[in-house]
Write a protein that binds this ligand. Structure first.
Ligand code: ZN
Length: 277
């Protein structure tokens, strides 16, 4: 049975890491995905020892860090900043037992061919993974279902990680992003589940492909993303990694954070019970 996670984007504007840890534990989530910005904010007045002590004493565990953004086609200074954040996350990850980092391809890269995007993705993923492996950390590449993202469908992202063929580099399947650019179910059916490190679960308003943006996300079950097809396919494949609720909806950021944890758990478990468990 897949484990349930909470991604901090869901309470991005109405909570903190300290509050998210307490609420995720209270509502019985198995894992938390920690955001890089929230982690840096936490360290302004807390230490890594405090964070390690929390996880040592809780049922809740850390699963991944989100995210190293725009890892491809960067200039020297931009790429150096990514490497610096990578080193920071690896060191924290080693202390608290967090073994995955989500990495995101770059937007608006101009007229790059699919082959050029694959080559640059392989270079960046390979270079970052060579560093992360020293800490026992692996990378999950997350395609973004926006027209101007250089990797924007499941099939394209899967082909990149499958052809890179490293055990420590896989991908994130985000149901909203899958829907937002009409990713093909056949590509998912043919995929090796071992490459799917993380499932982000969410749903989508009924707007045309190419127009959908993160703020159109809805709680799982409340929208039109093909959750039944995705979850049914994953179940047949024996997918057993974390399923993490990840919303970016300003409406939900207006709620009390506790209400978001409660709704995320209830809505997600109802969908999983229908289609997955
Ligand atoms: Zn996601």
């Amino acid at each position: 049975m897949a484990k349930l996670g909470f991604n901090q984007a869901t309470t991005l504007k109405n909570s903190t890491l300290v509050k998210d840890l307490v609420l995720a534990e209270k509502y019985g989530y198995d894992y938390i995905e920690i955001r890089l910005d929230k982690l840096k904010e936490f360290f302004r007045d807390h230490t890594v020892d405090e964070l390690a002590a929390f996880f040592a004493g809780s049922r809740l565990k850390p699963y991944s860090f989100n995210a190293l953004e725009f890892i491809t086609f960067r200039d020297k200074a931009g790429y150096a900043a990514i490497k610096e954040d990578l080193g920071f996350l690896c060191k924290v990850g080693q202390r608290i037992g967090c073994r995955e980092i989500v990495v995101v391809p770059t937007f608006d890269v101009g007229d790059k061919t699919l082959a050029e995007i694959r080559r640059e993705s392989h270079r960046a993923l390979g270079d970052l993974a060579d560093e992360a492996v020293k800490y026992g950390v692996r990378l999950a590449y997350e395609f973004v279902g926006y027209p101007n993202c250089s990797v924007n469908t499941f099939g394209q992202c899967y082909e990149i990680v499958a052809s890179l063929n490293r055990a420590d580099v896989g991908m994130v399947l985000d149901c909203f992003h899958f829907h937002a650019m009409n990713s093909r179910l056949d590509d998912l059916r043919q995929a090796d589940a071992a490459k799917l490190f993380i499932l982000h679960i969410d749903d989508s308003e009924d707007l045309p492909p190419g127009w959908l943006r993160d703020h159109h996300r809805l709680w799982p079950g409340d929208g039109v993303a093909p959750l039944a097809d995705i979850l049914g396919t994953l179940k047949r494949k024996g997918f057993d990694n974390m399923i993490s609720v990840e919303l970016f909806r300003p409406e939900y950021w207006g709620w009390d954070a506790e209400a978001a944890f409660r709704a995320g758990k209830e809505k997600t478990e109802a969908v999983l019970a229908t289609y997955f468990r």
